[in-house]
Design a protein around this ligand. Structure first.
Ligand code: ZZB
Length: 268
């Protein structure tokens, strides 16, 4: 699987993570830390409203080395799963090939509430929020949330807003405006909310979400037109690579490949 790894820069750590981070990265080190989200849909980045982590998933803070010098300075760190860090180390993103440099371990629950800058998003900053269905064994374990075009994301933010107290978050972290960015002939300007409603999906655990996701992928890719941003008016098929390139050129993202069926990590 060829993902685009999106660098969502930390602006302000959650209370629970602040001390841990201070110990390994004192504030005078001027390090840039990013939550690293793997996406297959770079053209939707305009609509990011939050960043999901699995509350029980173990993440690490890893040193990011930039072989191509394309990812910016050499004082960069990423939050992702150890498994993803290992994959990154085989793709030229660690100082020594195949070796990871872990500074500290964090659980998803620790980082909920962290404030991030989401590249290209219409929203100035977004929060890290819990997603029970986030998978540790896929991508980086970090998922950027685009509720306009991802049914899973829409179902999850709806649930989080409804039960903010239960999830230990502030309601307004989950209620950022859902911006129309892609129009599809069958589902209009907000494909994911339209699908969730039409298929009567009421929870992020609904098994119908798998089918909704497939439909949203196909509709968006084959029939979607951009209605937001500098490529507005053009088909998604044309724009996908242009947005990706724009992110790569500005060092806000880099290519991240996931070897299918190959287990590199020794941890579970
Ligand atoms: C932004 C986005 C916008 C995404 C969209 C999808 C959609 P796939 O096809 O199964 O490989 N994702 C990435 N990693 C994880 C994870 N560890 N756990 C749960 N979800 C994850 O799925 C790739 C997509 O699943 C990624 O692309 C990411 O969400 C999510 F409008 O990034 B996407 C119709 C989907 N639309």
């Amino acid at each position: 699987q060829d993902y685009t790894a999106i660098k969502m820069k930390v602006l302000n750590w959650s209370d629970a993570a602040t001390n841990t981070i201070q110990k390994v990265l004192p504030s005078n080190t001027e390090a840039n830390v990013y939550f690293l989200a793997a996406t297959l849909r770079p053209e939707t980045m305009y609509g990011q409203t939050c960043c999901f982590v699995g509350p029980k998933i173990k993440y690490g803070l890893f040193k990011l080395h930039d072989a191509s010098a394309k990812t910016g300075s050499d004082n960069e760190y990423v939050v992702c799963t150890e498994r993803a860090a290992r994959n990154l180390s085989f793709q030229g993103y660690s100082a020594v090939w195949g070796e990871v440099q872990k500074l500290v371990e964090l659980t998803g629950a620790d980082v909920v509430g962290t404030l991030l800058d989401a590249p290209l998003s219409v929203h100035k900053s977004v929060r890290v929020l819990p997603m029970e269905s986030a998978q540790a064994s896929k991508g980086t374990g970090v998922v950027t949330c685009v509720p306009s075009d991802s049914p899973d994301d829409y179902a999850t933010v709806t649930e989080l807003a409804k039960k903010a107290d239960y999830y230990g978050i502030q309601k307004d972290w989950a209620t950022l405006e859902v911006i129309p960015i892609i129009e599809t002939p069958n589902y209009g300007k907000l494909t994911a909310p339209a699908l969730v409603e039409k298929m009567k999906i009421v929870s992020p655990k609904d098994p119908k979400l798998a089918e909704a996701k497939n439909i949203a992928y196909k509709e968006g890719f084959y029939y979607g037109n951009m209605i937001y941003g500098e490529f507005s008016g053009r088909p998604v098929q044309q724009v996908k690579d242009l947005v990706k390139q724009k992110l790569l050129d500005s060092a806000l993202a880099f290519p991240y490949a996931e070897p299918e069926g190959i287990v590199i990590s020794r941890s579970k």
